[in-house]
Ligand binder design. Structure first.
Ligand code: FPP
Length: 264
């Protein structure tokens, strides 16, 4: 018999009930990406300034990183600042950049201790100099770690990423390094910011909103998407594990039929 329904996949502190899969590890997503939403509403419902929501959101980032590590997720990508977020009030943008700077400063020892590589996707060169320097320092200090990667999407947008990739390909073609007739999706993927990351298996969005908001649009082609109602500052290890359990219950078909997969 090829399949037994309701086998158990172990993730420390929870058991996820899923269909039997001979390769149990495939039920733990390799790459989880999160759209961290709801900081403002969390603060507003408490009569606090929005930045307090972002502050608590930074604590939730630490919890998510720990949960990902604990569950054996190798890549965690967090949507921390979009290209559209520059349109927010200057005071909020400045506060977010300060928070990011403080976060990087305080977390470097944690990243090193747990052998987590830091990566950034987005137009880094447009970020404040102070943040760019802090990022460079953390990226350099963690660049040789291979066990786990934390990718921060900063000044990120899927459309600007695509434009940058196309520009990069045109440049390569003009230098005779790329044959335009040989371009396929794999070629394009090599010019995306995510060229050294696998596609996300699971995308989580918090706060009850159900959209991708210009996040990893090409890479998300076959991702499972988990929308949860929890506001990001309240997001904890149990919410992360619930998302993994939801992921484990899905059948990823990649265009095939369910019968074809059963026959495998
Ligand atoms: C969306 O909530 C959140 C952001 C635009 C910023 C995310 C930032 C953090 C989680 C904290 C800092 C990050 C790091 C990596 C240290 P929102 O403000 O749009 O919430 P709302 O929709 O309720 O207004």
């Amino acid at each position: 018999m090829k399949r037994i329904r309701l086998a158990l996949v172990y993730c420390p502190t929870i058991f996820i009930s899923v269909r039997f899969d001979p390769d149990h590890s495939s039920k733990i997503p390799k790459h989880v990406a999160i759209i961290m939403d709801g900081n403002g509403r969390w603060a507003k419902s408490r009569g606090l300034p929005r930045i307090e929501g972002h502050r608590k959101g930074a604590d939730a980032v630490k919890r998510a990183l720990e949960a990902a590590n604990e569950c054996g997720v190798s890549y965690l990508t967090l949507y921390a600042f979009s290209v559209e977020n520059w349109n927010r009030p200057k005071a909020e943008v400045d506060a977010l950049m300060n928070l990011l700077d403080q976060f990087l400063k305080s977390q470097l020892s944690h990243l090193k201790k747990h052998k987590i590589r830091l990566k950034v996707i987005g137009r880094i060169h447009e970020l404040p100099t102070k943040v760019q320097e802090r990022l460079k320092k953390s990226i350099e200090a963690t660049k040789d770690f291979t066990k786990c990667t934390l990718a921060l999407a900063l000044n990120y947008g899927a459309r600007t990423e695509t434009v940058d990739a196309v520009k990069s390909m045109l440049q390569a073609a003009s230098e005779g390094k790329l044959d335009p007739n040989a371009v396929d999706y794999e070629t394009l993927a090599k010019h995306l910011y995510t060229s050294d990351l696998p596609d996300p298996d699971l995308i989580i969005r918090t706060s009850g909103e159900s959209r991708l908001s210009n996040f990893l649009l090409l890479q998300a082609a076959y991702a499972e998407i988990h929308f949860c109602k929890v506001l990001w500052p309240d997001f904890g290890a149990d919410d992360f594990k619930a998302a993994l359990a939801d992921y484990a219950s899905r059948e990823r078909r990649y265009g095939k039929t369910g019968d074809q997969l059963q026959a495998k």
